[in-house]
Design a protein. Structure first.
Length: 255
């Protein structure tokens, strides 16, 4: 038969015994293995031929997976996180705004660097130290980025938490009940214009949200002393986006 031609007469023979196909070595039928009930003389020749040719049987499957599986297994290398500061004025933090920031990253494959514009929605009341995070791009080109807010100092107002402080400088001789003082924060040196008119102080204070707040101090507050403060509720910075606001603190510096 074919096995005798391929491997010689001593390899085995194929025949029929008791209605079942038997494969024996040395030309003789294989002995029954009565001690092992799982042993079977029934052999599938196709399985033997496939095993001899290096196959894994009819049930074997490729071990390398499909193209989609290989693509899912690939993960682009992770890039180091990037931290950048961005600056906002008191006006931007009082009213809210949109900040667009452009960052440039070196490219390992292209001749020109990669650039990306990040859009930050600034909410009213944000403070210095507020962090805005952007995840890495899915293609691995752009790393994760964290922006940290830095507040630009205001010319006349100082932020203390949610409150605003304005220091109004007044000469000592003008801090008596016979004077009226008209002062505005637009005077960088806080030089005071004095008019002897009525027994009270009139203040005009431009606030970061665009409002010009006017306040009259009654004569009962006289005499005005150094470091004396007036607290105006609800005229400070927005609290957590508003509508609640902190206080405006007016502090007099008498010289």
């Amino acid at each position: 038969g074919i096995f005798s031609q391929m491997f010689g007469q001593g390899f085995g023979s194929v025949g029929s015994s008791g209605g079942s196909t038997q494969f024996g070595f040395g030309g003789a039928p294989p002995p029954e293995n009565e001690s092992n009930p799982n042993f079977s003389n029934n052999v599938n020749i196709e399985d033997i031929l496939e095993a001899m040719m290096g196959g894994g049987g009819r049930s074997s499957q490729p071990s390398w997976g499909s193209p989609n599986q290989r693509q899912q297994q690939y993960q682009p290398p992770k890039k180091k996180p990037v931290v950048r500061n961005f600056r906002c004025s008191l006006q931007e933090l009082a009213k809210g705004s949109i900040k667009k920031l452009k960052l440039t990253f070196p490219s390992s494959t292209a001749s020109s660097p990669n650039t990306k514009i990040y859009s930050i929605q600034i909410k009213p009341g944000w403070k210095s130290g507020t962090k805005v995070k952007f995840p890495a791009s899915k293609d691995g080109i752009f790393p994760p980025v964290t922006f940290i807010l830095q507040e630009i100092p205001h010319a006349h107002l100082k932020r203390i938490g949610d409150d605003l402080l304005w220091v109004c400088k007044l000469p000592k001789e003008k801090c008596n009940p016979s004077s009226i003082v008209s002062a505005t924060t637009s005077e960088a040196t806080n030089e005071t214009a004095v008019k002897a008119k009525k027994k009270k102080i009139k203040l005009s204070i431009p606030l970061p949200d665009g409002e010009v707040f006017e306040y009259h101090i009654p004569s009962s507050e006289y005499p005005i002393e150094n470091n004396q403060q007036v607290v105006i509720k609800g005229k400070g910075m927005p609290i957590k986006g508003g509508p609640s606001r902190g206080n405006l603190i007016i502090e007099f510096s008498v010289s």
